[in-house]
Design a protein around this ligand. Structure first.
Ligand code: MG
Ligand code: MG
Length: 248
């Protein structure tokens, strides 16, 4: 069932989303050569708790950490550990926070020091693909319109669209209905209605769209080893468009 949120619920989702945004801003200056992903995770957990919230992902289906930290060819769900960031890496940091029972979910890909042109291209166009998808959000459009816009933009820029992992509804659960794929046909899928809250999250690869799972049963990587980027916002459908929950 797709739930429509009341104004009061939207306010709480906005607060949770804002904490996620603040956590990204807090972490950004630490994303530098030499820091381990485990250290980033500790900083994020402390910060989220200091805001009166709890990490959404820690313990979710057994996930062991606050952040998902996915470096270079890792697509999503990387587990923070002893890996030390190097100049030229890109790292996707996915953050979820729960405030008074409501969640926010946002991922962003960051450059570590100086990155090459290919990685810059991947990051720039994955972020733009997110906003192409968001631009489709208004009552009367459908979920397929979002995915179609992302897929079309990605293909125009010769990027691989990961299909196995999708966006989702957000509310009192971090993952709710509906699924929000990064591909689709216009005019298909569930109708967008005012009060729906969804996370839109393109995962685009510099190479092919094929992915594989590591032995830790969490980390997803590109099959061909090419770098991958991930940009995600949680948004609410409004009367005539959308409002970003995981922003300023
Ligand atoms: Mg996320
Ligand atoms: Mg998500």
């Amino acid at each position: 069932m797709i739930s429509l949120k009341s104004d009061r619920e939207i306010e709480l989702l906005r607060k949770a989303g804002h904490i996620v945004y603040l956590t990204h801003q807090y972490l950004k200056p630490y994303v530098k050569e030499g820091i381990t992903t485990k250290e980033l995770d500790r900083l994020a957990e402390e910060f989220i708790r200091s805001q009166g919230a709890t990490p959404s992902f820690k313990g979710y289906e057994g996930f062991p950490a606050t952040l998902c930290t996915s470096v270079n060819q890792q697509v999503v769900h990387g587990i923070p550990g002893n890996y030390r960031l190097k100049n030229g890496d890109i790292i996707s940091i996915d953050i979820g926070a729960c405030y008074k029972g409501y969640h926010g979910d946002s991922a962003w890909t960051y450059a570590v020091g100086e990155i090459d042109e290919e990685k810059k291209y991947l990051m720039e166009h994955t972020e733009k693909a997110l906003f192409q998808g968001l631009a489709q959000i208004k009552p009367g459009n459908r979920i397929g319109d979002i995915g179609h816009a992302i897929e079309t933009y990605a293909k125009e820029h010769h990027l691989g669209v990961v299909e196995e992992l999708v966006g989702h509804g957000v509310g009192t659960n971090v993952h709710e209905e509906p699924d929000v794929p990064n591909y689709g046909r216009p005019g298909t899928g569930p109708l967008l209605r005012e009060g729906m809250v969804i996370a839109v999250e393109p995962m685009l690869n510099l190479g092919s769209k094929e992915i594989c799972m590591l032995d830790d049963d969490w980390t997803v990587e590109t099959m061909d080893g090419s770098p991958s980027a991930h940009f995600e916002h949680t948004v609410a459908v409004t009367k005539d468009g959308y409002q970003i929950m995981t922003g300023e």
